[in-house]
Ligand binder design. Structure first.
Ligand SMILES: [Ca+2]
Length: 158
């Protein structure tokens, strides 16, 4: 009798432990960042091919239709080591294609690195990261600007 009470108590404690484990991202439920294109162009039609265009997909595998707000921490590193940082949030379900225009950003000769760290503020998904290295021509175009276009999502903010 005493033994059974012990087992019941133990089972109750186990249930409580399971209930009070804080919500965490499930294994394999990562945000995927797939960068597939980075090039220079005259995206703002000012006559100079001094704008950087970056395209990538944000994918949430195994998503059954839940909406997530994904923060995109974007960093452009110039050949000199100068960095431009831009953060934007998108609301997405399974997959979105993001296109970003960095106007007047191709100001130096050499290799450029573009990276995206994608995460959720509440850590409901595991974060994703990717980067791409590319080589646009140099020039002196003035102050850089950023524009983000998203296809396949409901909205974008920031
Ligand atoms: Ca231009």
């Amino acid at each position: 009798m005493h033994r059974i009470t012990k087992y019941i108590l133990l089972a109750f404690i186990l249930v409580m432990v399971v209930i009070f484990i804080p919500p965490r991202a499930e294994a394999g439920n990562d945000i995927q960042v797939n960068m597939w294109e980075a090039y220079y162009a005259d995206a703002d039609n000012d006559g100079a091919a001094d704008d950087i265009v970056v395209k990538y997909n944000i994918t949430i595998p195994f998503n059954t239709g839940d909406k997530y707000t994904i923060e995109l921490y974007c960093k452009l590193i110039l050949p000199s080591g100068a960095e431009y940082i831009h953060e934007v949030a998108i609301v997405t379900t399974a997959e979105s294609t993001v296109t970003q225009y960095w106007f007047n950003a191709a100001s130096e000769s050499g290799w450029y690195t573009y990276s995206v760290y994608a995460y959720t503020i509440d850590s409901s998904l595991n974060p994703g990261y990717n980067e791409i290295i590319f080589d646009p021509p140099g020039g002196d175009p003035g102050d850089p600007l950023v524009d983000t276009t998203v296809i396949g999502t409901t909205e974008s903010q920031g």
